[in-house]
Ligand binder design. Structure first.
Ligand SMILES: [Ca+2]
Ligand SMILES: [Ca+2]
Length: 266
């Protein structure tokens, strides 16, 4: 024989013992009893039961605990906002008030669900990470999706100069123009700047070797002194540009201008 009962708040009125417990009495020949409890709050309940033997003597009370849980778990993530330039490990923090978290699932780019407390993303691009948890009562959390934007590659950066050999070496400043081309297919270009112009020997007192250069801006015109090196060598100007993408990757390109020591060279 099987007893299936639905108990509501209304049913509970007047049915509690002096200690505040709901008492459901069964017949002596019940071999099992199934009860469905509705309308009671999220909590842990103690059930007790006892049986009468063939001589009419009661057994000791047997206590069981019953947790009522209808609320799904809540899971959060620590995914970074915006573009990042390194592999990313996203951690899931799941909690559940009542029955506790049974499992956390996630999918990467709508792939097959996997379980785990964290996931590491190593491939470049914009990824869609969806996650949710399930508690021990079977309540399923609504899915959340975050975007992971990973760019580990620096921009392309080409620099060409309108002249790379200065002749004659007449100790005059020569205006040089740089043509700078940069692109980035993932996060995009953040900035391109003239980083430095370094001559192969120090300035002497007479006239600066480099003029009209504004560093850390996209300065594309400057002057270089067409001067012979003090030693028996070419004077080399090393001109460096740096491009940054929005993920913080940088690419450095250096081009040179030469003042030949041997001014008769071709
Ligand atoms: Ca729950
Ligand atoms: Ca990039």
């Amino acid at each position: 024989m099987r007893f299936i009962g639905k108990i509501t708040n209304t049913d509970l009125n007047g049915q509690l013992t002096s200690s505040g417990y709901l008492q459901v009495k069964g017949k002596s020949n019940y071999s099992e009893m199934n009860m469905k409890l509705e309308g009671i709050g999220e909590d842990t309940y103690a059930l007790r039961d006892r049986t009468k033997d063939s001589h009419g003597a009661w057994s000791e009370w047997a206590y069981r605990s019953l947790t009522i849980d209808t609320v799904a778990p809540v899971t959060t993530d620590d995914a970074p906002n915006g573009w990042v330039n390194k592999d990313v490990t996203v951690n899931f923090m799941a909690s559940d008030m009542d029955s506790g978290v049974a499992v956390t699932y996630y999918t990467m780019d709508n792939g097959a669900p996997q379980t785990g407390q964290s996931v590491t993303i190593t491939s470049e691009g914009i990824h869609s990470l969806t996650y949710w948890s399930v508690d021990h009562a079977g309540n399923v959390e609504e899915k959340k999706t975050v975007s992971i934007q990973l760019d580990k590659t620096g921009p392309t950066l080409q620099v060409e100069l309108d002249q790379t050999i200065l002749k004659p070496a007449n100790n005059k400043p020569v205006s040089v123009t740089a043509f700078v081309d940069s692109s980035d297919s993932l996060s995009g270009i953040d900035s391109v700047v003239l980083s430095s112009i370094i001559p192969s020997e120090l300035d002497d007192a007479s006239e600066p070797l480099v003029g009209d250069a504004t560093y850390d801006t996209l300065d594309q015109t400057f002057t270089l002194l067409a001067k012979k090196a003090n030693k028996k060598a070419d004077l080399i100007y090393s001109i460096t540009y740096t491009a940054w993408d929005k993920a913080g990757n940088q690419t450095v390109t250096t081009v040179t201008v030469r003042v030949p020591h041997n001014q008769s060279e071709k």
